[in-house]
Design a protein around this ligand. Structure first.
Ligand code: ACO
Length: 384
């Protein structure tokens, strides 16, 4: 490829503006995230997840009556089609990765949520958001050889998720920490999975297809797959004095440190601050492991120092995934469930973007530069 050609190709689409959105704003230099008009710090620790869904889907936080309605609709739509349940059991028997099980099960929700079958365009979105936690919890329990726990309509989204996972009602502090986490990662500008959802929406396709595609994009380790490996690194380090040698060895081998660096944030990711505060709150109320908390802080400081030494000027800072690992682990989630739980939240953002993109009526269709050969001549198969 000539240098002129390669200059014209934006292979990672860096800096390309492909959508106008009212949903969230990410300022990577100021370290600022706005969700539906609110600075993240203003809402994340205060709202329930249901309130944040309402904010994104309807443009405002709900009134008391609206909140009662949205909670009622979600609570009433949590049960899974029988075929989805059977699929989950088959996936669990093979112990396939939880994100793959979620993707397959999510797709099967078309059995009940086909757009052609409903006059209300909000039926599929509510049905999807309500059922994703049931899929994840049923799968986790099936893999562990435990019976699925039926959803409890008395509980909100976060409390019910923890209840279906663990089979008992969760500590209020854990529910609050989970609400904070779900609010923190619900939307984030035109990230890879959201872009995927918008591309699918732009073709006029259905919302289940958009979510399945977005989920596939989220799964990769460069996007939503990092918090598990971030916690694995902390456990591998084990004690503060091992932080420096272990991290140095990884950087010497050219490995990336999971939970650090971001395409947009060149200062500290504000979501890391919100989640670090949630972890501190859990610790102060005796609902988190103090030794792990101290180790995580030490690993973070060591990693930032060594990243500056090995990658000077790249401005690699802590991203959301690092503290996600601490918060989700503290509320009793297995590492395998970190990315599915991220998806449970981000699905609300994907749906909001799906509708926003559809309202533009514009097909997303960029261009490519052809770099292959030209003027080849047909040769019959027996002569090749
Ligand atoms: N550890 C070590 N080095 C890193 C890291 C890291 N975590 N991140 C970037 N670098 C280095 C690269 O090796 C590269 O070095 P070079 O200039 O010597 O070649 C330089 O920093 C720039 O890296 P790019 O790949 O150009 O940066 P990009 O913007 O594409 O990367 C990304 C962003 C993918 C998130 C990257 O920082 C990364 O891989 N981080 C680890 C995975 C992770 O935490 N992902 C979660 C992101 S948050 C989210 O999606 C919700």
């Amino acid at each position: 490829m000539s240098s002129e050609m390669s200059a014209a190709v934006k292979s990672g689409l860096d800096g390309v503006v492909a959508a106008a959105t009212m949903l969230s704003s990410v300022d990577g230099e100021a370290g600022e995230l706005i969700i539906g008009g609110y600075p993240l710090e203003e809402v994340a620790g205060r709202a329930t997840f249901e309130e944040t869904i309402h904010l994104l889907w309807y443009g405002a936080l709900p009134t008391t009556a609206q909140l009662r309605d949205i909670k009622g609709v979600l609570a009433a739509n949590r049960s899974l089609p029988e075929a989805t349940f059977v699929l989950i059991q088959a996936a669990a028997a093979r112990k396939i990765p939880a994100m793959d099980a979620l993707r397959m099960a999510l797709d099967s929700l078309s059995l009940e949520l086909h757009e052609a079958d409903t006059n209300d365009r909000m039926t599929p979105p509510f049905g999807l958001i309500a059922r994703i936690p049931t899929i994840i919890a049923s799968y986790a329990r099936a893999v562990a050889g435990a019976e699925a726990v039926a959803p409890d309509p008395e509980l909100g989204e976060a409390a019910n998720y923890l209840y279906m996972l663990h089979g008992e009602r969760a500590d209020d502090e854990h529910v609050r920490a989970l609400d904070t986490y779900l609010n923190t990662v619900v939307d984030h500008g035109l990230n890879a999975s959201t872009f995927t959802a918008r591309v699918i929406a732009s073709t006029g396709s259905d919302v289940v297809s958009a979510l399945v595609g977005a989920l596939g994009a989220l799964k990769g380790p460069l996007h939503g797959g990092a918090p598990g490996p971030a916690l694995d690194m902390v456990f591998e380090i084990g004690t503060p004095e091992r932080a420096e040698p272990v991290i140095r060895a990884k950087l010497e081998r050219g490995e990336r440190l999971m939970g650090f660096g971001h395409r947009v944030y060149k200062v500290r990711d504000p979501r890391a601050d919100v989640l670090a505060a949630a972890a501190t709150r859990l610790l102060a109320r005796g609902a988190a492991d103090a030794t792990l908390y101290d180790l995580v802080h030490h690993v973070e400081q060591t990693a930032l120092r060594l990243l500056e030494e090995y990658k000077p000027g790249r401005r690699l800072q802590t991203n959301v995934e690092f503290y996600t690992a601490l918060v989700l682990h503290s509320i009793g989630l297995e590492t395998e469930l970190f990315t599915p739980t991220f998806a449970m939240s981000r699905a609300a953002g994907w749906i909001a973007h799906y509708f926003e993109q559809q309202s533009t009526g514009r097909l997303v269709r960029p261009q490519s530069i052809y770099t292959g050969p030209r003027d080849r001549q047909w040769v019959p198969v027996e002569e090749r």
